[in-house]
Design a binder for this molecule. Structure first.
Ligand code: SAH
Length: 474
């Protein structure tokens, strides 16, 4: 069983610090099912590869199972693909040998543990039960470029056809700890056959290593089901706890918001003003292919769809319920084909890199950032301005100063119970200005709604353009 991890970050030998394994030395570790060896086939300034070679002892494994009921020592116990096919054994070895890397600990170089690096992982032989399609569905949403080559059953006898094993290569830019966590969880999922007892402890492991990315993974149900060997109670438990980690109930939140926040703001038609202002900003940026991130029930999508200037419109939201409300509002099932082809709804979270968001002219993020946990804002910034990186970005958020003008709003409260924060104009400018500076954009600020001389307008809007472009350069 062979896993290699390569980086071209400079100096590439930093990989040694992250894995807590000296590139100059080969090391071996005992694991309960055999031996794990770590060595570096290459370690130069420009490119460094660490290899984890797992030497599984199939005979030892059978002996260790001595006495298990109904486990006669059949030939298959001795002759099988365990020594070379990536499986949960590899995950166990990974956690044992690269435990610090997996936990993101790097006392010598803490900055490195948080650094996003160009990384490539290769699995010499991974059983993909579910085929290459599943492999892609598992890794592509995490931002990897995936390539897979199916091994023939026997190179000498091509007529025997393909085996169930693939040589897999995953390439992406992320923190090493993320790559290790993705492999730790997803290798057994690919194999779909955990070789040891699955109990409560496995739920903890799944949450520990998947907690921050699994919530938003489009295949999270399949992942939890396979990881936990289809033990339905454990799967239910894990999925419920995963959902809690993100939002107690994104669907309910989206629904409640529509009524609660809407009631106060609708009195001044703020919602329509806001959508008009955002659509105008997108148009004047010359955008044709646009994203509406956190599209909710699709009110902006509806406006954009009416305007032929927008040729491709994609609504993204974390809440399935909001998306199905949007599909209803837009009558997606009844749209004529030419209209239907212009619009798409996609489920996804804005705090996770998502390659589906790359390559658009502009993105609108309307009344969404205040719903994000402040600790996740930095992740959101990178997802939007670094990974999706559209030419123009339009963001709106409540102006907290204006709240004193809402008669129905008790002093000091937020406009909506799910808002994690509401910013003053100065706070929004300072955040947006910082983001623009860090990611090479220029930000302009515009008020939306009736402007009060003292506290400003109820909604604040920032329009970001690329620093080198025309838009926003004013
Ligand atoms: N833009 C819409 C909805 C705003 S409400 C409008 O103006 O009407 C905020 C929306 O953001 C909700 O639909 C919520 O489900 C979504 N949301 C919150 N956190 C999110 C996240 N991390 N990723 C994607 N969508 C999110």
């Amino acid at each position: 069983m062979l896993l290699t991890i390569t980086t071209t970050h400079r100096p590439a030998t930093d990989l040694g610090y992250l894995l807590h394994k000296n590139p100059a030395r080969a090391q071996s570790f005992e694991v309960s099912f055999g031996k794990a060896h770590v060595f570096y086939p290459e370690a130069s300034e420009a490119c460094c590869t660490a290899a984890l070679l797992l030497d599984v002892d199939p005979v030892g494994l059978v002996r260790a199972r001595r006495g298990a009921p109904g486990e006669g020592a059949s030939l298959a116990h001795y002759v099988n693909d365990r020594p070379y096919a990536a499986s949960s054994f590899l995950s166990v070895a990974l956690a044992k040998v690269f435990g610090s890397g997996l936990a993101g600990r790097c006392a010598a170089r803490p900055d490195l543990a948080e650094a996003v690096l160009p990384l490539k992982a290769r699995l010499a032989a991974a059983p993909c039960r579910g085929g290459e399609a599943l492999l892609r569905r598992l890794f592509e949403p995490l931002g990897y470029r995936v390539s897979a080559r199916q091994h023939p059953l026997d190179e000498e006898f091509p007529e025997w056809g393909e085996s169930a094993l693939f040589a897999v290569e995953l390439e992406g830019e992320c923190r090493l700890r993320d790559l290790l966590a993705h492999l730790y969880v997803l290798i057994p999922v690919l194999d779909d056959e955990k070789h040891y007892w699955v109990g409560e402890a496995e739920v903890e492991k799944l949450l520990r290593h998947g907690g921050d990315w699994l919530v938003a993974h489009p295949e999270r149900d399949t992942i939890a089901r396979r990881y936990l060997r289809r033990r339905s109670r454990l799967v239910r438990d894990a999925l419920a706890r995963l959902a809690e980690e993100d939002d107690p109930d994104p669907d309910e939140t989206a629904e409640a918001r529509a009524t609660e926040e809407g009631a106060a703001e609708d009195r001044i038609g703020l919602n329509d003003l806001r959508l008009g202002a955002v659509a105008a900003a997108l148009r004047s940026a010359g955008a044709r292919r646009v994203l509406d991130l956190g599209c909710g029930e699709g009110r902006l999508l509806e406006v954009l769809l009416r305007d032929r200037a927008f040729e491709e419109i994609v609504g993204v939201d974390v809440s399935h319920r909001a998306l199905s409300a949007a599909a209803g509002r837009l009558h997606l099932d009844r749209l004529p084909a030419v209209q239907r082809e212009r619009i798409r709804l996609v489920q996804g979270a804005l705090t996770y890199r998502d390659r589906r968001l790359a390559g658009y002219d502009a993105a609108a993020v309307v009344e969404v950032i205040e719903h994000l946990d402040p600790a996740r804002l930095a992740a959101f910034e990178r997802v939007l301005f670094e990974c999706a990186a559209p030419r123009a970005v339009v963001i709106t958020t409540p102006n907290a100063e204006y709240n004193v003008r809402w008669e129905s709003l008790p002093a000091g409260t937020l406009r909506h119970h799910d808002h994690r924060f509401e910013w003053t104009r100065a706070e929004f400018r300072s955040w947006a200005g910082g983001v623009a500076g860090r990611f090479g954009y220029v930000a302009r600020f515009l008020p939306v709604g009736p402007e009060d001389p003292e506290v400003g307008a109820p909604t604040q809007m920032a329009v970001f353009g690329r620093g080198d472009g025309v838009e926003g350069a004013a």
